[in-house]
Design a protein around this ligand. Structure first.
Ligand code: B12
Length: 484
């Protein structure tokens, strides 16, 4: 067998992929492109006589004659955090690899649908680009599902305990990079605070028996101890990666044979009122819970209406927070703190809104669907729409399908808002809509979907009324019914 397989992969999979490459007798040489992120994979591949390190991809010189080669480029694990960066980086690297390889295999899953439209985006490329798949041929969701042996096993584990942090040797290597550096948490205490907030209780180590078992056990114990988790292990499998690699090798052989800020605009309020509202904005943006609450109270005592506090204080504050987040001036911990400060202040004014101005715009049931506990985005959407006068019933995260149906029956909301950040749980959005249809209540409520992997096409396909990309779009859409 001859030819060149390009492998573009996330650092987090370096142990699994290196293990398979070293074991494969048909692979004669592995050329790794040296970069800031290649030291881990270089370490895994050394001492076996197959490794060659390149200072740049253009130094790659395939050996002529018999034998299969691999050109490998490991990418930063931090791309996990940003859909657009991940997609752009994969696209540009694949285009570079195209010049040197007969096929490119991606050591990635859909990663929150960051990589779901590759066919379209790479339609001008002349070589096949493969991704690992589940048994039914669907693209694998992420690195966790990949080493568990498929998406269904991920769902199985999440059903056992939703608050599960999944770990592999790669995740143990890189969790600090992700959870401290990339997530913007200043210390372990803050990471623990984030975990506690979402309700994580267990670390599940996926053991594929490729690394030092004692070290893996130590890593899992240390991790569990740090975060007060229980620690469990489950057998993993390299089968899906192996299958993808075999396919890539076959293609490479065939190709080779054939030679082929924001200005804060305050309304017409008095100077004092403006000063206080400005301070309120600052404290919410800074995430000072107590000060935000006191200021909301001071504004009320000073005669500012509850609605003005929301309109000219809390909403502009959350707008600044989301802009700072977009510009990467804020990371998640700051956003969570600001949301807490917002709710503290909001709790003071909310009771006064009941039948006052700006209210009565409609009732919304909102939640994150079963199997997913990412809730920051849902909370941000809720914050903005609640502050804009919509009555919000928050069902939280990991909400069972039947609970949504029961709630819709009980409160007869105008809107049902479903969120998920993970591709394996998107199917539960469809199940909620099917449940509404079965109960004969689908037409009583407008269903809107949101979350990173979701799209308008998906929303249409499963019979939702709309999809919104972010909190601003959601509010715009909701408000369109106010004037209609
Ligand atoms: C922060 C984060 C976490 C935090 C979650 C904290 C929390 N309280 O939510 C922590 C660190 C705990 C975490 C855990 C995990 N995570 Co995570 N996480 C992320 C990350 C980096 C950011 C998500 C986020 O909060 N963004 C900020 C908010 C403001 O943006 P947003 O959520 O997109 O929301 C906006 C819009 O989407 C929209 N929106 C959202 N919801 C709704 C709802 C409606 C109705 C509407 C209209 C709009 C709307 O409006 C929001 C505001 O603008 C994403 C990657 C990414 N960039 O999305 C990965 C990501 C979601 N995680 C991922 C993974 C793999 C995991 C873990 C499995 C990792 C592990 N080793 O165990 C676990 C989950 C385990 C479990 N049991 O659920 C993958 C999911 C892949 C997949 N299978 O689809 C992602 C996509 C990373 C990746 N690139 O692969 N994660």
């Amino acid at each position: 067998m001859a030819g060149t397989v390009g492998i573009l992969m996330c650092q987090v999979l370096e142990e699994e992929i290196s293990h398979l490459l070293l074991k494969d007798p048909e692979i004669k040489k592995i050329s790794v492109v040296r970069s800031e992120f290649s030291s881990g994979v270089e370490e895994c591949l050394q001492n076996k006589g197959k490794l060659s390190v390149l200072s740049g991809i253009d130094d790659f010189q395939p050996e002529t004659g018999e034998g299969l080669e691999v050109l490998l480029d490991a990418q930063h694990v931090g791309l996990h955090m940003d859909k657009k960066l991940l997609q752009d980086s994969v696209l540009s690297k694949v285009r570079i690899m195209e010049k040197h390889c007969g096929v490119v295999l991606l050591g990635y899953g859909l990663c929150g649908n960051s990589l779901d439209k590759l066919d379209e985006l790479l339609k001008d490329i002349s070589i096949p680009v493969l991704m690992p798949t589940n048994d039914d041929g669907s693209t694998i969701d992420d690195c966790v599902c990949l080493v568990l042996g498929g998406t269904k096993y991920y769902m199985e584990e999440v059903r056992k305990m939703t608050g599960t942090w999944f770990s592999t040797p790669g995740w143990y290597k890189y969790w600090e990079t992700l959870l401290l550096k990339e997530l913007g948490a200043p210390d372990i205490k803050t990471v623990k605070w984030i975990f506690d907030k979402v309700g994580y209780k267990r670390v599940l180590t996926i053991n594929t028996h490729i690394s030092d078992e004692e070290k893996l056990q130590r890593d899992s114990n240390d991790f569990a101890q740090k975060f007060d988790f229980c620690s469990e292990q489950r057998e993993g499998s390299l089968e899906l990666i192996l299958r993808a690699l075999q396919k890539a090798k076959r293609i490479a052989a065939v190709v080779s044979n054939s030679n082929l800020s924001k200005k804060i605009v305050l309304g017409g309020n008095s100077v004092d009122e403006n000063t206080m509202l400005k301070q309120l904005i600052e404290h919410v943006v800074e995430g000072d819970e107590d000060e935000a609450k006191d200021l909301a109270q001071n504004c009320l005592d000073n005669g500012t209406s509850a609605w003005t506090i929301i309109q000219d204080g809390l909403i502009p504050a959350m707008k600044i927070v989301s802009e700072k987040y977009d510009k990467k001036e804020y990371y998640l911990p700051q956003m969570l703190l600001s949301a807490d400060a917002f709710y503290n202040a909001f709790s003071i004014v909310k009771p006064l809104l009941k039948s006052g101005e700006g209210t009565g715009k409609g009732t919304i049931v909102i939640g994150v669907v079963e199997g997913d506990i990412h809730d920051i985005g849902k909370n941000l959407v809720k914050t903005v729409i609640e502050a804009s006068g919509y009555e919000c019933i928050d069902m939280g995260r990991d909400v069972m399908i039947e609970d949504y149906i029961a709630k819709v029956k009980e409160v007869k909301p105008d809107y049902l808002m479903l969120s998920t950040l993970m591709t394996p749980t998107m199917a539960n959005m469809r199940r909620v809509i099917e449940g509404l249809v079965e109960e004969g209540i689908r037409d009583t409520v407008k269903v809107v979907l949101g979350g990173g992997p979701v799209s308008m096409d998906f929303a249409k396909k499963i019979g939702a009324d709309n999809y919104c990309d972010n909190e601003k779009e959601t509010l715009k859409w909701l408000n369109s019914f106010q004037t209609a």
